[in-house]
Design a protein around this ligand. Structure first.
Ligand code: PLP
Length: 370
């Protein structure tokens, strides 16, 4: 890394934890108590868990009893998709792997070239299913930031008797979240994507899933296992702060828009994927045809700037992102796409550093992206 401090522009992978969440956790880590124990130590732990449940419920406009705590967004997605075994599962083609791999045989709902779920195709799949379905569509895509018309999707699915799950992991602090307005039956949120610690998440469930983990009957029989009290307390504080963070969304969007305008001014090779769509305020999926995504990520890392590739590495081979492939983007664009994601601690100076390093990359001779 070069001289000055490293710049973190990978909030969609994991956000920096907020100091108030650390403080809440630190206090609880110093205390003993299993939240299921009846004695005073146990009751104190239980109070911390229930406070967190209320904070997470408030974040999404749900009732505390609807919040099922899990250890990750991945687990919450698995619980939603595998928790209704009698239903035919339908998932969008751009879901996170934790949805796609939890339902490997589920028909994929296609998306438009702009990355938005095709409602007519969803309707056809609902008719074809011939039995009660469970539809899973994310609120905002983690690679492109493109926001899905979830309320419309939920209304359509409900007309066909389906349940609707929405992976809203990328939304807290960036989009208003309300279970009733979205009209979904199941919603996933994850602590480390909104200023809380890793290892805590929730499935907010208006309909109870069959538990994946059985044992001591915690989480009202929906997810067994001793609660991670400190992590849940940190998640609760982060959930509360995510509400307030929404007020910052326009200034984050201004930073992101400035970044995109500046790279476009530097090179006419720049392609902003999903630019015409409603997107998360913090996310930019930026392709530089003629420069492989992994080369860009490594060069930026050497310059002290952390971003992600829009491509995934599998068995040593870099495969095009399934999201960009589902949008039908040509390989020369999809294979040259990186994701820049900003957040609560991002500053103008971070964008300046990125633009300078990206400009150096764009000045290199273009090579074909195989
Ligand atoms: N869903 C989306 C859209 C994500 O971006 C991620 C993480 O990248 C997950 C689910 C998984 O969440 P977790 O990291 O808490 O398992």
């Amino acid at each position: 890394m070069t001289g000055s401090h490293p710049v973190y522009l990978d909030y969609n992978a994991s956000t920096p934890i907020k100091p108030a969440a650390v403080a809440a956790m630190t206090e609880l880590l110093g205390r003993v108590g299993n939240a299921s124990s009846v004695h005073g130590f146990g009751r104190q732990a239980r109070r911390a868990v229930e406070t967190a449940r209320e904070q997470v419920a408030a974040l999404v406009g749900a009732k505390p009893a609807q919040v099922v705590f899990t250890a990750s967004g991945t687990e919450a997605n698995n619980l939603a998709l595998r928790g209704f075994p009698d239903r035919r599962v339908l998932v969008s083609a751009i879901e996170h792997e934790s949805v796609l791999r939890a339902a490997p045989d589920a028909p994929r709902i296609p998306v438009t070239a702009d990355g938005v779920v095709e409602l007519a195709a969803l309707e056809a799949l609902l008719v074809e299913a011939g039995c009660p379905a469970l539809v899973s569509v994310m609120l905002a895509n983690n690679e492109t930031g493109v926001v899905q018309p979830i309320a419309e999707i939920a209304a359509l699915a409900h007309r066909h008797g389906a349940l609707v799950h929405c992976d809203a992991v990328q939304a807290p602090g960036r989009l208003a979240l309300d279970l009733t307005a979205l009209g979904v039956d199941l919603l996933t949120v994850s602590s480390h994507k909104c200023g809380g610690p890793q290892g805590a998440a929730a499935l907010v469930a208006r309909r109870d899933p069959v538990a994946l983990l059985v044992g001591g009957g915690q989480e009202r029989g929906r997810r067994a296992g001793t609660e991670n009290v400190a992590a849940l307390a940190g998640f609760g504080v982060a959930a509360e702060l995510a509400h307030a963070e929404l007020a910052e969304a326009p200034s984050i969007a201004r930073l992101r828009d400035a970044l995109e305008a500046r790279v476009r001014a530097l090179s006419n090779r720049a392609v902003v994927i999903g630019a015409g769509q409603t997107r998360l305020p913090n996310t930019s999926c930026l392709a530089l045809p003629g420069a492989k995504a992994e080369t860009q990520v490594m060069a930026l890392d050497l310059a002290g700037i952390a971003v992600s590739a829009g491509s995934a590495c599998s068995s040593g081979k870099v495969a095009a992102s399934h999201v960009l492939a589902a949008m039908g983007l040509p390989r020369r664009v999809a294979g040259a796409a990186i994701r820049i994601s900003l957040g609560w601690a991002s500053r103008d100076g971070d964008v300046d550093r990125f633009v300078a390093a990206w400009g150096a990359l764009a000045a290199r001779p273009a090579r074909p992206v195989a």
